[in-house]
Design a binder for this molecule. Structure first.
Ligand code: KG4
Ligand code: ZN
Length: 326
């Protein structure tokens, strides 16, 4: 079995995955949403202190499996430096204590593998990753063959939901609250401009839309917030669809997946199905419980890395708060 640790942002999570079967034997996650909510976003220093408290508590529950562990995996990048280090330090301690090798996992590869928890991996795969930190499209041919073909020039899709929620005083994370509010609103009431409509560039941008929403919120009354939320969600999604549609014309997908915390968004999930239809492609979505950050996805990557013997020596294992994949 492999023990995997995730602490790249505001979720402290540990999982145990069986190497031969991909079976998830144990998974526990302690989220810090309530603690960060009053600040309208993640406070890194607070997040680090909460990880230092939560991770050893979860690790204690894994003790019955210690004798079965063949490796310890940990997210080393990308993420908040001060929170990644909490997971990495714990992983090193486990590696020394149990005399087992370390596996350094990229968090974005983790999100891709959230599709394969308790399953076999499936490639080739065109992936849209929409999280709090990233909005990018990747062509994935295998564990070590991942190419980013497009990404956001500024804010990410999920982050724009967080910022809109903050403007409305609705706390953090913004995705679920804005989605809920949007359900009651009129998607057509606010005519926000779709970002990057006039450029051929295959890229994403959310800062302009965010500022347009800010102006609308400033002028609006509270009763209008649901219409702003609905119109914002509609345009934010339309932007993704517009860019993907163009890309698919030249690069028809065989298998298409959406991953990351914001892939839980039901409006996005339903709309994406329509643009895939002409290609007869298979759509793969991760289970809702594995869309947001978790250690099961890190463990699933680690199983494939273990089989390929991709280990990192203890003295070389360090965090890299880089955003580029692999
Ligand atoms: O993948 P994740 O848990 O963390 C990162 O790696 O960033 O994603 C968290 C992000 C947050 O920005 C959150 O607001 C967004 O995903 N999110 C959503 C929804 N659920 C979570 N965004 C839109 N709609 C949702 N239902
Ligand atoms: Zn994530």
């Amino acid at each position: 079995m492999i023990l995997s640790i995730e602490s790249s942002c505001d979720d402290s999570a540990i999982a145990i995955t069986e190497i031969a079967t991909n079976k998830l034997i144990f998974h526990k996650k302690i989220s810090q949403e309530i603690e960060h909510s009053i600040y309208g976003g993640v406070v890194p220093e607070l997040a680090a202190r909460l990880h230092a408290e939560a991770l050893p508590k979860i690790l204690q529950q894994c003790e019955p499996y210690f004798k079965d562990l063949k490796a310890v995996a940990v997210t080393t990048a990308p993420g908040l430096a001060v929170t990644l280090i909490e997971g990495v330090t714990l992983a090193k301690a486990v590696s020394i204590a149990l005399d087992i090798p370390l596996i350094a996992v990229n968090h974005l590869v983790g999100h891709i593998y959230s599709l394969f928890i308790e399953k076999e991996a499936l490639f080739p795969l065109t992936v849209l990753l929409v999280s709090g930190g990233h909005t990018q499209v990747m062509e994935v041919k295998g564990l070590t063959d991942i190419k980013t073909v497009s990404k956001s020039m500024d804010d990410s899709f999920g982050e724009s939901f967080d910022k809109v929620a903050k403007m409305m005083g609705l706390g953090y994370p913004g995705g679920p609250v804005i989605e809920k509010l949007a359900k009651e609103g009129d998607r057509k009431r606010y005519d926000f401009t779709v970002p990057l409509l006039r450029t051929q560039k295959f890229a994403f941008s959310y800062s302009g839309l965010k500022n347009a929403v800010r102006l609308a919120v400033e002028k609006a009354e509270k009763k209008d917030y649901k219409d702003i939320a609905a119109s914002f969600e509609h345009i934010a999604t339309k932007h993704l669809l517009h860019k993907l549609k163009k890309y698919f014309r030249e690069h028809p997908p065989k298998n298409f997946a959406i991953v990351g915390g914001a892939s839980a968004n039901i409006y996005l999930r339903s709309q994406i199905k329509d643009i895939i239809k002409p290609y007869n492609a298979t759509i793969i979505l991760s289970e809702l419980q594995y869309c947001s950050d978790n250690a099961a996805m890190i463990g699933r990557v680690a199983v494939d890395m273990y089989k390929k013997k991709i280990f990192t020596p203890l003295e070389k294992l360090e965090i890299a708060a880089r955003t580029e994949i692999l």
